[in-house]
Ligand binder design. Structure first.
Ligand code: AMP
Length: 115
């Protein structure tokens, strides 16, 4: 999908409303519109990639930065101690709905085992 049409690119550009909890030059973090946990954030790289396969060897630092920011926003949201789950969906079998690489951060309740 072209970046012009991508929902997450539109969120990053401020063309679609979202609740931003963090941003820097590489990542924007928003609350998921359909939360699956009391804390459900989406970490959106500013640059558009479709899946992790697109960034292998190319922008590993950008993906590493997602983990750094995840730890920061987990602290801010009060789930750093209780624990949280980071999820990256890739492709049809994962249920990835939006073709802009992103990381979910979910916490605030006991999460079920991964299925
Ligand atoms: P995925 O299945 O990994 O592609 O996850 C996409 C996520 O984006 C879902 O959890 C949706 O609820 C969420 N989502 C879709 N549109 C928006 C939006 N406009 N603002 C915030 N979250 C969204």
């Amino acid at each position: 999908m072209a970046a012009e049409e991508c929902v997450f690119c539109k969120i990053v550009r401020g063309e679609i409303a979202s609740e931003r909890v963090y941003q820097d030059e590489r990542v924007v973090v928003v609350r998921d519109i359909n939360p699956k946990a009391p804390v459900h954030l989406l970490l959106l790289p500013v640059v558009h990639f479709t899946t992790p396969a697109d960034i292998i060897g190319l922008l590993e630092p950008a993906v590493g930065h997602l983990f750094t920011v995840a730890a920061e926003v987990a602290q801010r949201e009060g789930v750093a101690e209780s624990g949280y789950r980071l999820v990256v969906n890739a492709g049809p079998d994962s249920g990835q709905e939006i073709g802009h690489l992103h990381m979910h951060l979910m916490g605030g309740r006991r999460l079920g085992t991964m299925g």
